[in-house]
Design a protein around this ligand. Structure first.
Ligand code: HEM
Ligand code: HEM
Length: 344
């Protein structure tokens, strides 16, 4: 039947055109973004071994690394809820509120610098911060070492993780083990599968959203493996958001560089798993991802996106939700009479 043949030809043509368009978009996308690597990244001066990963995991989940014995890394970077705490700003030692929203630790190993203002160059440097921060874990390196040395099981684990060292239980190695564990927290997403050539991995709407994300200019700041985490920009480049969203007291990178040009400059936030990590922005005041997209469009691009464009971009951001690492809750070493008691 010629009519059927014609219909078939037309649908095949449409499919072919669709495939051509998506392969063109894929080429563009591969210039801007990178899929997650299929193997674990290598770390600067920190060889990853199974022993080190297991030790780092124990430390990540151990609340005794905080002065109060209440807070572990997982308190604010909960691996059951997207690697963050789903609070506007974190609550730490003595029920204090910190100044900023907790970013996810998932895929953080691919950020070129850590924190909203990028003040830590890597995860090992970063891990030393929260332990000592008064509003987070309020501990001291000396007390962490007393705690670790008081439990023979920890001492054994440090020896097995740093076999070539005479004095393996150190604050540096504490941080390196955590870094090694964090390097395993990687979440391959539909977007990665799509970048790697699987046309069916994203829905038509998500693909349209990616196209809009690129065309509108979002990708000029949110690029690379983590769609962000690799550059600094004024929050409010085109139009300054209100003080509720961009509180005046937090001047971002200015606090790091003390350069006037860096006032209210922040790291372009990494966007993997963004659908899981509300509320948004360093102030953590925006609960709805669509609204966050609208704020970005006006504050960073001065763009007036249509409802459909915002919906499509938001759908695309959903395709960045990855497969969560399987986490078996670690059983931690038991304390001894020498273990420092919780304080505060
Ligand atoms: C930032 C890991 C403990 C709250 C970060 C980042 C990492 C991380 C990797 C940077 C992520 C990024 O920039 O994208 C850890 C580890 C911890 C720990 C390994 C345990 C040693 C905590 C605790 C809290 C907390 C207990 C809450 C009381 C925060 C906040 C930030 C942050 C608010 C953002 C700070 C800023 O940008 O100035 N953490 N964290 N973290 N973490 Fe933690
Ligand atoms: C933060 C999306 C354009 C720079 C964010 C966040 C989202 C987002 C969802 C919140 C991340 C979080 O809370 O974890 C978008 C979209 C864009 C866009 C959809 C296009 C419509 C841009 C552009 C720039 C930029 C063009 C640079 C000029 C930043 C910065 C932050 C951020 C610096 C962190 C803001 C803060 O300190 O809270 N973006 N973005 N974004 N974006 Fe964009």
């Amino acid at each position: 039947n010629p009519r059927h043949t014609a219909t078939l030809a037309i649908s095949l043509l449409a499919i072919a055109q669709g495939a051509a368009a998506s392969s063109e978009l894929r080429e563009t996308a591969l210039d801007i973004f990178s899929p997650l690597p299929s193997t674990m990244p290598s770390l600067n001066d920190n060889r990853i071994t199974p022993e080190k990963i297991d030790l780092g995991k124990a430390l990540f989940f151990d609340p005794r690394m905080s002065a109060s014995g209440v807070f572990s890394c997982n308190s604010c970077h909960n691996l059951a809820t997207g690697g963050d705490d789903n609070m506007p700003v974190s609550i730490g030692h003595g029920w204090q509120k910190g100044p900023r929203n907790s970013p996810t630790v998932l895929n953080a190993v691919f950020n070129e610098a850590q924190f909203w203002d990028g003040r830590a160059p890597d995860l090992a440097e970063q891990a030393k911060g929260p332990v000592q921060a008064g509003v987070e874990m309020a501990n001291t390196p000396a007390n962490v070492l007393l705690t670790l040395n008081s439990m023979p099981q920890y001492v054994e684990w440090f020896q097995a993780s740093f076999p070539e060292e005479d004095d393996p239980v150190s604050f540096d190695n504490f941080a390196k083990a955590i870094e090694a564990y964090e390097a395993t927290l990687i979440t391959p997403s539909p977007f990665d599968a799509w970048l790697n050539g699987d046309d069916g991995a994203m829905t038509e709407q998500e693909v349209r959203g990616l196209q809009t994300f690129v065309d509108a200019g979002c990708a000029s700041c949110h690029s690379g493996i983590n769609l962000g985490g690799n550059g600094y920009y004024p929050f409010g480049l085109v139009e300054r958001p209100g003080a509720d969203i961009l509180p005046e007291g937090d001047k971002g990178r200015y606090m790091v560089t003390e350069t006037v040009d860096d006032e209210y400059v922040f790291r372009a936030a990494p966007l993997r798993n963004i659908a899981l990590t509300a509320p948004y922005f360093h102030s953590g005041v925006v609960w709805d991802l669509r609204t966050a997209v609208e704020i970005m469009a006006s504050s960073q691009l001065g763009a007036d996106l249509s409802e459909d464009e915002v919906t499509d971009i938001t759908a695309f951001l959903g395709a960045l939700t990855g497969e969560m690492p399987e986490v078996v809750y670690p059983i931690l070493p038991v304390e001894t009479a020498d273990t420092p008691k919780p304080t505060g």
